[in-house]
Ligand binder design. Structure first.
Ligand SMILES: C[S@@+](CC[C@H](N)C(=O)[O-])C[C@H]1O[C@@H](n2cnc3c(N)ncnc32)[C@H](O)[C@@H]1O
Length: 220
């Protein structure tokens, strides 16, 4: 079968059969709620704002946003139809409204220009090649309103040798091409290159699989 590189993506845990283990693994290994709430809190969300959870996976971040800010409208987008189905099921189980989901690729987002007040993305950018990282940041910028905010949490420069070693299994699983730029810290430079302003690192966290760093940047 011919693989269309434009329609290729790495599933949440690389192999489709592992997707069902994603939630328990992340909850166990990463203090998931603490990390994701850090990102939500740094946004200072206002009622009626429209926000995107980019590469939303099983929808945990989308759910946390809506549960903590019941007047915000959340749209989750992910390339993997299987994980979008899991996210929808989770939202139904939690009987939460105000969240919808779309299938779509981060480098050609299925939204018009200047739509979102905030775009959030968690544990995703390390899944992309350098070219796709740039194209994704450009798409985020296109779909944000002027003054809109981009909130990212992902693997970045390890805080120490132990954290560098801890990140190695993630690199084995997700691939070295996409993950290696994060070892030196790529996100602030990429944000700058793609035209974001007031770029700020808002937190760093040690996990069993390496250092995560959180960022906020604005569309000027
Ligand atoms: C490690 S998971 C993170 C999921 C979720 N954001 C979280 O924090 O738990 C990465 C997600 O990115 C999605 N993904 C990978 N490549 C993508 C792309 N090019 N466009 C949109 N989603 C993509 C995968 O389907 C997966 O759900």
């Amino acid at each position: 079968m011919k693989i269309d590189k434009n329609n290729a993506y790495i599933p949440a845990l690389k192999y489709r059969w592992m997707t069902r283990f994603y939630d328990p693994l992340i909850q166990w290994g990463m203090q998931e709620k603490k990390l994701k709430m850090h990102l939500v809190n740094q946004a200072a969300l206002q009622p009626e704002e429209v926000v995107m959870d980019l590469a939303c996976g099983t929808g945990t971040l989308a759910l946390l946003i809506r549960q903590s800010h019941s007047h915000v409208q959340v749209i989750g987008v992910d390339a993997d139809p299987e994980i979008v189905a899991i996210a929808k099921e989770k939202i139904n189980r939690n009987q939460t409204n105000g969240i919808s989901f779309k299938e779509g690729f981060s480098d050609r987002l299925p939204f018009s220009n200047n739509l979102f007040h905030h775009v959030f993305t968690s544990l995703f950018i390390h899944h992309l090649t350098l070219e796709k990282k740039k194209e994704t940041f450009e798409e985020v910028r296109r779909t944000l309103k002027p003054g809109g905010q981009f909130h990212i949490i992902d693997f970045e420069k390890p805080q120490n040798g132990l954290m560098r070693v801890a990140f190695f299994p993630v690199q084995l699983l997700d691939g070295f091409e996409t993950t290696s730029p994060h070892v030196n810290g790529i996100i602030p430079n990429l944000l700058k290159e793609t035209g974001f302003a007031a770029i700020e690192e808002t937190g760093q966290f040690s996990t069993v699989v390496g250092t995560l760093r959180a960022y906020r940047a604005f569309k000027s």
